[in-house]
Design a protein around this ligand. Structure first.
Ligand SMILES: *[C@@H]1O[C@H](CO)[C@@H](O)[C@H](O)[C@H]1NC(C)=O
Length: 285
């Protein structure tokens, strides 16, 4: 594990480059006090390389008071991807704002929200995220670890106006996706056990109910229901804390947080649409 992301530095100056591009916490002492009062929202902007080689800016926001973290990046095609992690409610929300193709008669953008369970240790805690700093904001970052693609079958719709009870963030994040908020039955089961009100969830038609239901990319009729697929990738996020060891004068070894490990992870969502025309990006090419 390395505390320092591999930047553009190559060759001789590399050690130095790495040190300058360190993404870490300020050393204990006066700098910590400067990092702001606990609970104050913070934002960090990092430059991230996309798989096509383009560089985009990613924004990482953390609010340790509300115990949540939010990541946002714009893909090369203009799509805006947001991931909001609500640690308190154990909920994570993916939102995609997909630009429409006006020449195909599509409205300006389509918004999708995928809500799923947030597991412990998927992403670093909000208070650690809030303290993250970088020395060189121009460093182009690439994740140290690529995590396996996760395929999720989103078989339940979430009612927007009641979604507040699941996570207060649904209201802000999914307001443009009121009719397109999806989750999974297995996540619903987990939240129901925690006492979340079940009336916000509605099970969507399955292939067992509709034998004709096929993947939208195989469907030729624009007006037929089908299973749409949308895939997205969180290109760079702090997924783990890195600990360093230090030895005091008596020789005793202790460990302290000294940086993060970065990950990239892609998600593929399948969800029901009542008409194929709501799923135009998912076409056979
Ligand atoms: C969502 O819940 C509200 C409030 O109970 C209700 O009025 C509305 O009809 C529901 N929407 C859907 C799509 O079921």
């Amino acid at each position: 594990m390395r505390a320092h992301e591999g930047g553009e530095g190559r060759g001789q100056g590399r050690g130095r480059q790495r040190r300058r591009s360190c993404l870490c916490w300020p050393l204990l002492g006066a700098l910590v006090a400067l990092a702001g009062a606990a609970g104050a929202p913070s934002e960090l902007r990092v430059r991230v390389r996309l798989p096509d080689g383009q560089v985009t800016e990613e924004s990482l926001q953390a609010d340790s008071g509300a115990d949540c973290v939010s990541l946002e990046l714009r893909k090369g095609d203009g799509t805006l991807i947001t991931l909001t992690a609500d640690f308190r409610q154990e909920v994570k929300i993916f939102r995609a704002l997909i630009l429409g193709e006006l020449e195909r008669g599509q409205s300006q953008f389509q918004a999708l929200c995928f809500v799923t369970r947030l597991h412990r240790n998927e992403i670093i805690p909000s208070e650690s995220m809030a303290k993250l700093r970088q020395k060189n904001p121009r460093t182009v970052r690439q994740a140290e670890e690529v995590r396996a693609l996760e395929h999720l079958s989103m078989d339940v719709a979430v009612n927007f106006s009641k979604g507040l009870q699941l996570s207060s963030h649904i209201h802000n994040v999914c307001s443009e996706a009121k009719e397109a908020i999806y989750t999974r039955e297995e996540d619903v089961k987990f939240w129901l056990e925690k006492g979340v009100d079940g009336s916000m969830f509605e099970v969507l038609p399955q292939s067992t109910d509709l034998p004709d239901l096929q993947q939208c990319r195989l469907c030729t009729d624009r007006w037929k229901p089908c299973i749409c697929n949308y895939a997205l990738s969180i290109e760079w996020y702090p997924c783990m804390l890195k600990y360093c060891k230090s030895r005091d004068v008596s020789g005793k070894i202790s460990s302290y947080k000294c940086g993060i490990r970065s990950c990239q992870k892609a998600y593929s969502f399948d969800y029901y649409v009542p008409q194929k025309q709501l799923c135009l990006w998912d076409e056979e090419t």
